[in-house]
Design a binder for this molecule. Structure first.
Ligand code: HEC
Ligand code: HEC
Length: 345
């Protein structure tokens, strides 16, 4: 009798312990899951529709889009395949790296705060300091071809040039609503008093950028490389060259502040502070990249050169290092005092 009772107690204890064990296990699983979920919440992805553009709906399967506009779209959105290193016909290889124009002019050139192309045709022709003359839209596009795309100019009367301009004209008319705020270029940042600190820049890079742009800034390619990059490179041989606007730390900081990290920041809701964007911009521009030839010819009137143009000659005696990394306020004050010029970049 006592034996049966003991056995019963043992069985019940075993059952009870198993039950408690299972409950604890479930609790642990739930807590970990919740923590993961909280981590995801911290990443705080924005409403993806702001950044993820439905090109298929807006352009590719849109019956209102004419052939020339469609060609323009493919040239800017899959540049490498249609006018760059991946073009089958070698005579059609104008851009020199595997970037697409829309890697910098986001959402097909429609996103405010990323130098949107909407309504820009009204602003051309315009005075350009880099050439010291009135420049046309064709010349402006070729500026990005020779520098951001590390390539050669498109003929101004070519089909490709006409298609790109037709595309810019079309988005200005048909997708005007996507441009929530009509900035000229990038919203300005407040220029920090300090110089770039590469150590701080490197920490920010690891925390906010490395995941997508990779350890050595080389980016991540699409599995099918025909489409170019899933995450474009920030330095090295396949990046923009040293004569590009993005190679100036103030310009790069303004782009980064208002657009990166991708899917987490916009001009309305930036993630980095002005100073963080500045340090990380200096960091990505501290590495090797393709060299633009004949840069000394840029800005025939040297006074008009942006203060953060990292290559000389300049019409001042500040060091090349200070032009590359700052601090910029002393250089800005110098131009104000000597020439009455107000410099913003
Ligand atoms: C979630 C992935 C992701 C993160 C994180 C991210 N980027 Fe990007 N970045 C992109 C994508 C994607 C593009 C191209 C956008 C397109 O084509 O629509 C891009 C474009 C760029 C460009 C312009 C194109 C080029 O290759 O030069 C720069 C500069 C840049 N990012 C810098 C940064 C910096 C600096 C950080 C960290 C503060 C950062 N990004 C964080 C995904 C990311
Ligand atoms: C590596 C980044 C990058 C790439 C790639 C790039 N651009 Fe740009 N683009 C810039 C920067 C930076 C500016 C100047 C923005 C400013 O005003 O501060 C600019 C300005 C422009 C402007 C003048 C915009 C305005 O508001 O006046 C046009 C037009 C343009 N780019 C077209 C193109 C085209 C077409 C391509 C592809 C052939 C291209 N860009 C590729 C970075 C890039």
């Amino acid at each position: 009798m006592e034996g049966i009772f003991k056995q019963l107690v043992r069985r019940l204890t075993f059952l009870f312990l198993s039950l408690v064990g299972t409950i604890i296990l479930i609790a642990i699983i739930l807590i970990t899951y919740k923590e993961e979920e909280e981590k995801m919440d911290q990443i705080d992805v924005l409403d993806e529709t702001i950044l993820e553009w439905d090109a298929e709906k807006l352009i590719i399967n849109n019956p209102k889009v004419t052939d020339i506009v469609m060609n323009g779209y493919y040239l800017v959105a899959e540049s490498s395949k249609f006018m760059g290193p991946l073009a089958k016909d070698p005579s059609k290889r104008y851009s020199g790296n595997n970037l697409s124009c829309t890697n910098c002019h986001l959402n097909g050139g429609t996103l405010s705060g990323s130098a949107s192309w909407i309504d820009i045709l009204d602003r051309f022709p315009q005075f350009r300091g880099r050439e010291n003359k009135i420049g046309t839209i064709e010349e402006r596009i070729n500026g990005c071809m020779e520098r951001s795309m590390n390539g050669i100019k498109l003929d101004e009367t070519s089909g490709q040039m006409k298609a790109i301009i037709a595309y810019i004209d079309w988005i200005s008319k048909e997708l005007n609503d996507l441009n929530s705020k009509n900035f000229k270029g990038y919203p300005a940042i407040k220029i920090p008093e300090v110089a770039v600190d590469l150590k701080i820049g490197s920490k920010i890079y690891e925390r906010e950028c490395l995941l997508c742009h990779a350890k050595n800034g080389e980016g991540i390619r699409y599995e099918n490389f025909e489409k170019g990059y899933l995450y474009p490179p920030l330095w090295g041989d396949d990046s923009y060259n040293d004569g590009a606007g993005m190679h100036r730390v103030i310009t790069a900081a303004a782009f980064i502040k208002n657009n990166m990290p991708y899917l987490q920041a916009t001009w309305e809701k930036p993630k980095l502070t002005d100073e963080e964007a500045f340090h990380v911009a200096g960091y990505i521009n501290s590495f090797q990249r393709p060299e633009k030839l004949n840069k000394t010819a840029d800005f025939p009137d040297k006074k008009l050169k942006p203060v953060s143009t990292p290559y000389g000659p300049w019409s001042d005696n500040f060091s090349p290092k200070q032009h590359k990394y700052g601090p910029f306020p002393p250089i800005i004050s110098y131009y104000k005092k000597e020439f009455g010029l107000t410099k913003t970049k």
